[in-house]
Ligand binder design. Structure first.
Ligand SMILES: [Zn+2]
Length: 133
């Protein structure tokens, strides 16, 4: 008795003969392509809905961490704001947010290592983030 399975393509939903060796979830390659294609489209739509970058845009997971890090390295909120393309108020608000314990630990380790480094400016340029921050 062959095992029957319902096609994973929600538009199709047909039953097909399931071959356990092939671990098929779609009835045919056409359905598989269609389903994968739809998944990609959904992702693109999601990206489109994200807010356009602005000086007061919401923080990403790394923003608060970076702002705290640079501030402790001696940069002021204006400099940090310029680097991240954010407003000074936005940077200051991030400085009032607490860091996670893990981030706090990383920062104190970095600051310690920085004490004996003279080429701070070079490093700063290297840690300059992509515009997505
Ligand atoms: Zn199908």
């Amino acid at each position: 008795m062959p095992q029957m399975r319902k096609c994973k393509n929600s538009k199709c939903g047909q039953y097909f003969e399931y071959n356990p060796a092939r671990k098929q979830i779609y009835c045919c390659s056409k359905c598989r392509q269609e389903a994968n294609h739809r998944k990609r489209n959904r992702k693109r739509e999601y990206r489109k809905r994200e807010p356009a970058p602005g000086p007061n845009r919401p923080y990403t997971a790394d923003t608060v961490y970076l702002i705290h890090k640079w501030y402790r390295e001696g940069m002021d909120s204006k400099e940090i704001g310029d680097l991240l393309m954010r407003s000074v108020e936005n940077v200051q608000a991030a400085l009032e947010k607490p860091l996670t314990r893990g981030q706090e630990k990383t920062i104190s380790e970095i600051s310690f290592a920085h004490k004996n480094v003279s080429q701070r400016h070079t490093e700063r340029r290297l840690t300059k983030p992509e515009a997505s921050f």
